[in-house]
Design a protein around this ligand. Structure first.
Ligand code: HEC
Length: 105
């Protein structure tokens, strides 16, 4: 009994990766990349180069995930995209969430 309660408590404390990714994205990325990943966030209008469309499956076909991770960690030179260094598990969750924009429900 007590063990189960402990286990449930531990699971509740640790958000699922997709939820973790969503909360990081909402806090740090959505203003530019848009709440649905289309690159149409409120701040995107003022940008010289619009952010990529993460909801387009073609984007992921031509994109290397290592590049995506690198850009998130260190930024994209020549753009307003700065680096957002974070722990590997948070980066995993965020990339998982970015990819989920392109998944047809
Ligand atoms: C101030 C606006 C802004 C914020 C905030 C921002 N980005 Fe960007 N991001 C850009 C712009 C502009 C680019 C360059 C255009 C492009 O390549 O999409 C870019 C590029 C990228 C790229 C590379 C796209 C490519 O194919 O080269 C990734 C991946 C990315 N951003 C992810 C994120 C993530 C994840 C976050 C949150 C942790 C974030 N960005 C926060 C504006 C922003």
């Amino acid at each position: 009994m007590g063990m189960i309660a402990l286990l449930v408590g531990a699971l509740a404390a640790e958000p699922a990766p997709l939820e973790l990714g969503q909360s990081i994205y909402a806090a740090k990325c959505a203003t530019c990349h848009g709440s649905t990943g289309k690159g149409d966030g409120p701040a995107a209008r003022a940008l010289p180069q619009p952010p990529a469309n993460f909801s387009d499956p073609e984007y992921w076909k031509r994109t290397d995930e290592a590049m995506v991770r690198g850009v998130i960690e260190t930024g994209k030179p020549g753009t307003v995209m700065r680096g957002f260094p974070m722990k590997p598990d948070r980066l995993d969750a965020l990339v998982l969430y970015l990819r989920s924009f392109a998944e047809t429900p």
